[in-house]
Write a protein that binds this ligand. Structure first.
Ligand SMILES: [Zn+2]
Length: 445
């Protein structure tokens, strides 16, 4: 029974807590006061506290909002621009020229559209790496989403900040600007071992350490990257980071497709977190990350979509389905990555990967109120033998009908309340027309 009255009560649903006991509560409710969960339990016991506002889940599923551990939100601008191409052709002939024309306004519009897509498919937190990240942070705030954002750092000049040294100054200014922000956490984000000199990596790590924030990096995305790093430094990308002393529990390594057994042992020893991005790895033909081995070794793995240019959607429900099935067919073993494991990779383990598991990732009193509701009264979700399997193998992002982030209702009845989604789509369409005419002019030169 709640001692204090709640501001918001989400009731009449099957509550999947994703807590350490994996408790599920039929006919359950979640009570929220300001930005926090104050009670989780049976609806008839909690309702006695009576709330200011009530959301009726109508027998659906009430669960923690999903956590996307790796994306480049503004790349919604390039969704479908260039598909079915080899990685280097895709990057050098299509993505890099388009990115050279990026500015703060375009990044804001692309990121806001991404927020719409993510909220509407059940994501409440995302971890972003891109250019003009202040614009991404502002888009997340506008949308009411929780975000870990960091400006991409590399050895060459950026259209945002200029020289690599200025990249660190820009990151520092983001850290100051968003200190104590209820939604936005800043991370330090060197792109990868192949685009960052050792000094950039050690400086990035020192900055993240100094402020107690995450360091996010792409690692061992392809066999080609491993060959490059071996040729340059005589070791694998993970061994390279270990030699530089930059593997630690606050490091999130994205992709981790091409790992050796020794690499996996290193990641475990340093408690490095891994972001698994199966759809992007499949689409770019990067390979299959050794996720079952990472999990067996005890490495924390969170799920991520990567950017919309290499996926091409930001729907974590589809990503869960893909992750579970990809490893089964790869191993020829239907028991690997069971539905419960995959659901944890999109909730509590993803939160842990971002250093946020004390605040989000499960429904427990004291945590921030990031909660989604799925409408299960749909033909593809009937009957409901095993809710967790249903979420991973049958549900889609579009089954999410309401979303509460940090105690605020950001979507109800499938409609986003925090900003005008129609306008966000229109803005991106206009930018796309602008960009494609510029790209055409460039290619006809
Ligand atoms: Zn990426």
């Amino acid at each position: 029974m709640t001692a204090t009255p709640a501001d918001l009560l989400i009731t009449n649903g099957l509550v999947l807590t994703m807590d350490s006991q994996q408790r599920t509560i039929p006919a359950g409710a979640v009570a929220i006061r300001a930005d926090r969960i104050v009670a989780v339990g049976k609806a008839d016991e909690i309702a006695a506290g009576q709330a200011g506002r009530v959301i009726d889940a109508r027998g659906g599923i009430i669960m923690p909002g999903l956590v996307n551990t790796h994306t480049h939100a503004a790349m919604t601008l390039f969704r479908g621009l260039a598909d079915d191409l080899p990685l280097m052709t895709w990057l050098n002939d299509h993505i890099f020229p388009a990115e050279a024309a990026m500015d703060s306004r375009k990044v804001y519009c692309g990121a806001l559209l991404a927020c719409a897509e993510m909220i509407m498919s059940g994501t409440t937190t995302f971890c972003d790496m891109y250019l003009f990240e202040d614009a991404v942070a502002r888009a997340a705030q506008k949308a009411g989403m929780r975000a870990v954002v960091g400006e991409v750092l590399f050895d060459f000049t950026s259209p945002n900040y200029g020289s690599p040294a200025q990249g660190f100054a820009y990151t520092q200014s983001l850290i100051e600007a968003y200190r104590g922000d209820p939604l936005v956490t800043i991370a330090v984000e060197p792109h990868s071992p192949y685009l960052c000199a050792p000094e950039v990596l050690t400086q990035a790590f020192a900055l993240a350490r100094q402020h107690g924030i995450p360091m996010v990096i792409h690692l061992a995305e392809t066999a080609g990257e491993v060959a490059t790093i071996r040729a340059r430094y005589g070791r694998t990308p993970a061994e390279h980071l270990e030699a530089l002393g930059v593997l630690a529990p606050n490091v999130l390594a994205c992709h981790c497709v091409a790992l050796t057994d020794h690499d996996i042992a290193l990641l475990k020893r340093r408690d490095v977190k891994v972001s698994h991005n199966p759809e992007s790895n499949m689409k770019l033909a990067s390979g299959i990350a050794p996720v079952p081995q990472l999990l067996d070794a005890g490495v924390c793995v969170g799920l991520g979509t990567d950017g919309a240019a290499s996926n091409n959607n930001l729907d974590l429900f589809l990503e869960m389905d893909t992750a579970a099935k990809l490893h089964k067919v790869h191993r020829l073993d239907p028991t690997v990555l069971d539905a419960g494991t995959v659901l944890r990779m999109a909730t509590i383990d993803a939160a842990r990967a971002l250093g946020l598991s004390d605040r989000i990732g499960s429904l427990e009193p004291g945590k921030q109120a990031d909660v989604i509701i799925l409408d299960t009264c749909k033909p593809h979700l009937v009957p409901m033998y095993h809710p967790v399997s249903q979420l991973v193998y049958a549900a889609r992002g579009s089954d999410v009908e309401a979303s509460v982030i940090n105690g605020r209702i950001v979507m109800e009845h499938g409609r986003i309340l925090t900003f005008d989604v129609g306008q966000a789509m229109e803005d991106v369409n206009r930018i796309a027309v602008e960009m494609s005419s510029k790209l055409k002019a460039r290619s006809s030169k």
